[in-house]
Design a protein around this ligand. Structure first.
Ligand code: GSH
Length: 207
């Protein structure tokens, strides 16, 4: 079978979620770097793959899939015995809950710090906006506590093993130092994230 192609801008958390998933599973994917900083997402060729002009995109033969969460689920479904995306109704719903929470709350919260404190500096976008940072802090106080409380006494978000929930939420903390995401009040989150970063799949996706 032909190798799948994964179009990614590797430093992005959305890219890291799918790359870490593929690394953990040992999926047969060719990484196709997409240079967002040079506008590659606007090319006619890339827009034909994803009309949203956003990465990541997976090509599996003639099947083209965009949206990082869907890509993670598709890859994990191909290796059910690895249990990243459990098939039983309740554990699957539990993972699904955290994936939805990542999309609705955690990603946007971490995204504020990442954009204001990191991306703006790299792209000549100017200084961080204090009003945006204040909004990020308010949101982090709320959702960081939810995550921290849940992780107390747990090694993983769902059950005893790694699932897509850990990957999706953990990947957004990759740049927490450079992005100045204030994790001081969340020791359980720091402990859990350090254990994720120590995994081979994370190290292989290091940027
Ligand atoms: N909901 C999408 C979001 C993807 C997304 O926002 N990708 C950004 C990088 S983090 C992108 O490609 N940006 C290019 C642009 O805005 O021009 C997903 O989860 O795949």
């Amino acid at each position: 079978m032909a190798k799948m192609k994964l179009h990614v801008f590797p430093p992005s958390p959305n890219a890291r979620m799918v790359q870490i998933t593929a690394n953990h599973l040992g999926s047969d994917v060719e990484i196709c770097p997409l240079d967002l900083l040079n506008g590659a997402q606007g090319s006619a060729e890339f827009r034909a793959l994803n009309p949203n002009g956003l990465m990541p995109v997976l090509e599996d033969g003639d099947f083209v899939l965009w949206e990082s969460t869907a890509i993670m689920q598709y890859l994990a479904s191909q290796e059910p015995e690895r249990k990243l995306w459990p098939s039983a109704a309740r554990p699957q719903a539990d993972v699904s809950r955290w994936l939805a929470w990542r999309l609705a709350h955690w990603g946007p919260t971490c995204g504020i710090f990442t954009f204001e404190n990191l991306v703006k500096g790299l792209t000549g976008g100017g200084e961080a906006d204090p009003a945006a940072i204040a909004k990020g802090e308010e949101s982090l106080a709320k959702y960081g506590k939810v995550l921290n409380d849940h992780l107390a006494g747990r090694s993983h978000l769902v059950g005893d093993d790694l699932t897509l929930a850990d990957i999706a939420i953990g990947a957004w903390l990759t740049h927490h130092q450079a992005a100045k995401i204030p994790l001081g009040d969340f020791p359980e989150v720091r402990r859990w994230h350090e254990s994720l970063e120590a995994r081979e799949a994370w190290k292989q996706a290091a940027v």
